[in-house]
Design a protein around this ligand. Structure first.
Ligand code: AGP
Length: 612
């Protein structure tokens, strides 16, 4: 995600743009820039790598950029490193057009080749610069016509803010799959990626819809449909405070990020499923490559490690290749059996976790081939890996990861199915069938979010607990570990995950009257075994909350025994965690909230652990 803003009116634009970018910095913060048309109709451009503070400094708090019409952008890098050259806005070769963009232009390569052949030169690696050059290339004096021509040729997702030096005072806003909200003022108008940047100027807004574009001037806002037909403005009144708006109206970033999971999982999956095939970006392995590997090792820390444990089941089930999952902080000192016959998969949301970096370096030095699955673009781990698959979760602000975890699972599932197809473990029909299952995962996550109310009610039974046990078998044991971690890291209640079958070998001694137990039972083949574990702990007084797949034979028996039963979408066992984790995230959140804990910034923790 990125933050975009455009302002045109009677006041100086720069201070308004800078303030708006600061408000949206949580949407992306690896580089920033702004373009303002000067009183002499010249395009003034300033860009920085790093945070918006650098832009304040570079433009002397905006004073160095006079003008009443401009656009700004704070970036979450997708194409190209977070450098100054790649920062937005991008300006066309002769400075006529400036474009700020949120999204991905999927067909920018052929369009760029066309422009290169015409002699256009490029300053960046971005897809966005292509749009600025296209505007200049097709411009014949009519700004709107140039915009319409370019929109008819590009494919992908985009929120645009577009300036033309020949048409000072006018900005075009375009919306397709990336949010753009218009703000209506007196003597000015503006727009931004979210209301955070608007509410201090106006509370009368228009939420643009996909395919629409708007011509914004100080005195008017004209809205058009994709076919160019004019549309009426549907004006809404925003009552949110600025602080609340930053969180999308949610009380905490964690809740906002949990609710973003369907879209985030969709972003991790859908661009990589094309024409019925899984295409893992530029990561390619042939059957010969895979046959060179005698084992796959997954290494990570915390929730990423638990994602690796869950992903192990998927890779082993589909590929029949042994997968060893190791804590990075242990692997780095274990004198590991790693050599050139090892594929090392490194998982990290931040891409900056020191233990994970150290383990990666240790394994690379021993000859391993390294595939990194990371959220933050151009982070340290991405520089050290041989290949990178981004999770496209978007910025994750809450320390307790949620969409970071589920998008890691999504990419691991993709990898497992891709590898199985390359290795010939899936025939064409099986492959197509499993791909359909993958494509249904975002909706499964969306349905799992409907347990929010149940989990909020259930939190009452957990908020005063001293100890909570999370039980699971097989894939559910990995999920139980993530559930326990979420719970303890934000509610500060001790929680322990245990393989259900292992409890009777000692730890069941701790179960007493009233002990809350969360039994994760999503594996259809193990429902009967899970039931016996529930009966065991109930016999000792436990209060059991079971997480079961909706409508599966055998789950009603569990429903009969458990004190509380949470139903999640029934998925293939090795995919089940991506949806079943959601009620566990929500239980942790609501319990912590009842306890008045600092949910987004839990005590003692940091979002990225860059120390040993
Ligand atoms: C999970 O909620 C925690 N924030 C923590 O365990 C985290 O997953 C771990 O520190 C790894 O971080 P990374 O994914 O950025 O490498």
């Amino acid at each position: 995600m990125c933050g975009i803003i455009g302002f045109t009116g009677l006041k100086q634009a720069s201070p308004i743009i800078l303030e708006g970018l600061s408000r949206m910095e949580y949407r992306g913060y690896d580089s920033a820039g702004m373009a303002v048309i000067s009183p002499q109709n010249r395009m003034q451009l300033a860009k920085v790598s790093g945070k918006v503070a650098g832009l304040y400094e570079k433009t002397d708090n905006g004073a160095a950029f006079p003008g009443v019409c401009g656009i700004g952008h704070t970036r979450w890098a997708t194409h190209g490193a977070p450098t100054e050259a790649n920062a937005h806005p991008h300006v066309s070769m002769h400075g006529q057009f400036a474009v700020a963009h949120n999204g991905i232009i999927e067909n920018f390569v052929p369009l760029k080749e066309e422009l290169l052949a015409k002699g256009y030169t490029f300053q960046s690696q971005t897809d966005t610069e292509v749009v600025a050059q296209m505007l200049e290339d097709c411009y014949e004096g009519d700004f709107q016509k140039a915009v319409e021509t370019v929109l008819s040729r590009i494919e992908g997702s985009y929120g645009f803010a577009i300036l033309c030096a020949d048409d000072p005072g006018t900005i075009f806003a375009v919306k397709k799959n990336s949010p753009i909200i218009l703000g209506l003022g007196e003597g000015f108008n503006l727009f931004a990626s979210d209301v955070t940047a608007l509410v201090e100027h106006t509370r009368e807004v228009v939420y643009m819809e996909d395919g629409q574009y708007a011509k914004v001037t100080p005195d008017s806002v004209e809205l058009f449909a994709e076919d160019g037909s004019p549309l009426p403005l549907k004006v809404s009144h925003v009552s949110l405070s600025v602080a609340a708006a930053e969180k999308g109206g949610y009380e905490h970033f964690m809740m906002k990020e949990m609710m973003e999971q369907p879209e985030a999982v969709g972003r991790a999956l859908s661009p990589r499923i094309k024409g019925g095939e899984i295409v893992l970006d530029d990561f390619r392995l042939t059957k010969e490559d895979f046959n060179k590997f005698t084992k796959i090792v997954i290494t990570a820390c915390g929730s990423a490690y638990y994602a690796g444990l869950a992903g192990k089941y998927a890779i082993e089930k589909f590929c029949r290749i042994p997968v060893d999952v190791q804590l990075a902080s242990e692997l780095r000192y274990a004198d590991p059996f790693i050599d050139e016959h090892c594929l090392l998969i490194v998982l990290s949301q931040s891409g900056e976790t020191l233990d994970t970096i150290a383990a990666l370096k240790e394994c690379k030095a021993r000859g391993a081939t390294v595939l990194a699955i990371v959220n933050v673009v151009e982070s340290a781990i991405t520089k050290l890996a041989d290949s990178v698959l981004y999770t496209w979760a978007g910025p994750e602000v809450a320390v307790a990861t949620t969409k970071g975890y589920t998008t890691q699972l999504a990419v691991l599932y993709l990898f497992a199915v891709y590898a199985a197809r390359v290795l010939g473990r899936l025939d064409a029909e099986q492959y197509a069938s499993v791909i359909r299952e993958l494509q249904a995962l975002p909706e499964a996550v969306r349905n799992a979010l409907k347990t929010d109310c149940d989990m909020s009610n259930l939190a009452q039974y957990f908020k005063d607990a001293q100890h909570v046990f999370y039980l699971g078998r097989n894939t559910d044991s990995a999920l139980a570990m993530e559930g326990a971690l979420k719970f303890k890291e934000i509610s500060y209640i001790h929680a322990e995950a245990y393989a259900s079958g292992e409890l009777k070998h000692g730890t069941i001694a701790l179960i007493e009257e009233g002990t809350p137990v969360v039994a994760v039972c999503t594996n259809p083949a193990l429902l009967e075994k899970s039931l016996s574990n529930i009966i065991e702990v109930k016999a000792r007084g436990a209060v059991v909350t079971a997480v079961v797949p909706e409508g599966l034979p055998g789950s009603e028996a569990i429903e009969g025994y458990a004190d509380h039963c949470i139903k999640v979408p029934a998925l293939r066992d090795v995919f089940a965690s991506i949806a079943a984790v959601v009620p566990l995230q929500l239980l942790a959140y609501h319990t912590a909230k009842l306890r008045g804990c600092s949910i987004d910034k839990p005590k003692n923790l940091a979002k990225s652990v860059t120390v040993e």
